[in-house]
Design a protein around this ligand. Structure first.
Ligand SMILES: NC(=O)c1ccc[n+]([C@@H]2O[C@H](COP(=O)([O-])OP(=O)(O)OC[C@H]3O[C@@H](n4cnc5c(N)ncnc54)[C@H](OP(=O)(O)O)[C@@H]3O)[C@@H](O)[C@H]2O)c1
Length: 320
């Protein structure tokens, strides 16, 4: 039975990874405060705040696999200091946000990284976390750099905005799609791959991304899966920005909409992920799963990302 320590395991992705490990039959221990949630049944939770002295005392033993999900460099560094010599293989969950440029379609793992300056910034912190881990783990380390992770239960409410929106009636506000792409990885594909890649001892750096899909095709699939029969209202970037609509995520945003100058962000190469045994389920399957989850959670609930129905209606009436 493989012994796996998950540094995390109480968040959305971490729980999905733990479920895959348990399905394999691994013995899974999670180290977390328990503030983000519980761990799946069958895993053991060791409660500790990794900022506190002695946080790793209860997990100081040999592990066949350690999986790190945190992004604060202080947490990542303390874990490496405590456990690097005890792990046969280590997986660090990083992000494609580590890349310095987002304007080059087709970029791969060899692209230049952000130079860490302000560690309170996510990309800087992730690069610092990668470097601190690589310095100690070297040939035992897999760095997984996921793109936008999507699927049922996504706490960020980004991807789900679109199937939820198209499941409602009335004119739907959309950005222009020319030159725009959507690139996602289903949480189930990612979690399954992280479990298998660790078991196989895969090392190196892998961008865990799906296919780059033209945004127009993405909208057509979301419309189809959601059964939307209303009219979309396409508004150009200047008008959206003038109406105080935000890019990408958060309140009053059009999720997944990025400046055209960043269109390389959603067109990274997924070659290494496929070569490393990564799987990609069809976009429509993910959309259907997410739509069901959105309907169960309530499509009119307050959400972390997107426009409310009232905001959307006010913007549509202002621009038409
Ligand atoms: N969402 C995306 O689209 C996306 C894209 C690319 C990469 N990623 C990466 O994917 C990962 C997502 O992980 P996730 O969904 O499992 O959730 P998360 O909330 O990002 O994971 C953080 C984990 O670290 C634990 N943690 C945080 N502070 C701690 C502390 N002081 N002491 C002990 N444990 C602490 C949390 O547990 P407690 O709060 O219970 O302590 C939680 O389990 C992250 O590495 C993120 O950067 C996400």
């Amino acid at each position: 039975m493989r012994s796996v320590l998950v540094l995390g395991g109480t968040g959305w992705l971490g729980r999905a990874i733990v479920r895959e490990l348990l399905a394999e039959g691994a013995e899974v221990t999670c180290l977390a405060r328990g503030e983000s949630g519980s761990v799946p049944d069958g895993a053991r939770l060791v409660r500790a705040d990794r900022r506190s002295p002695g946080a790793y005392d209860e997990v100081l033993r040999d592990w066949e696999e350690v999986i790190e999900l945190a992004w604060e460099p202080g947490l990542v560094t303390s874990a490496v200091e405590a456990l690097a010599d005890r792990a046969a293989h280590w997986t660090l969950v990083s992000t494609v946000s580590v890349y310095a440029r987002n304007d080059q379609p087709g970029g791969d793992e060899s692209a230049a990284l952000v130079e860490p300056a302000d560690l309170s910034q996510y990309p800087d912190a992730k690069v610092a976390a990668e470097r601190a881990t690589a310095a100690r783990l070297d040939s035992r380390l897999l760095i997984a750099r996921p793109g936008l992770i999507v699927g049922p239960g996504d706490p960020s409410d980004r991807f789900g905005y679109w199937p939820a929106r198209f499941s409602r009636t009335g004119p739907a506000l959309v950005p222009t799609t020319e030159g725009r792409f959507v690139q996602v990885i289903d949480v189930a594909d990612l979690a399954g791959w992280i479990q298998r890649a660790g078991k196989a001892g895969h090392v190196g750096v892998v961008d865990a991304v799906g296919a780059a899909i033209p945004m127009q095709e993405f909208f057509e699939a979301a419309v189809d899966v959601s059964g939307y029969d209303g009219d979309s209202v396409t508004v150009d970037d200047d008008a959206l920005l003038a109406a105080d609509v935000h890019y990408w995520a958060g309140p009053r945003s059009l999720p997944l909409w990025l400046p055209l100058s960043d269109s390389g962000f959603a067109q990274r190469s997924g070659r290494a992920y496929l070569d490393a045994g990564g799987t990609l389920r069809p976009l429509r399957d993910t959309l259907a799963d997410v739509l069901a989850d959105e309907q169960a959670r309530g499509v009119d609930r307050p959400r972390r990302s997107g426009l409310t129905a009232a905001e959307e209606a006010a913007i549509v009436s202002g621009v038409t």
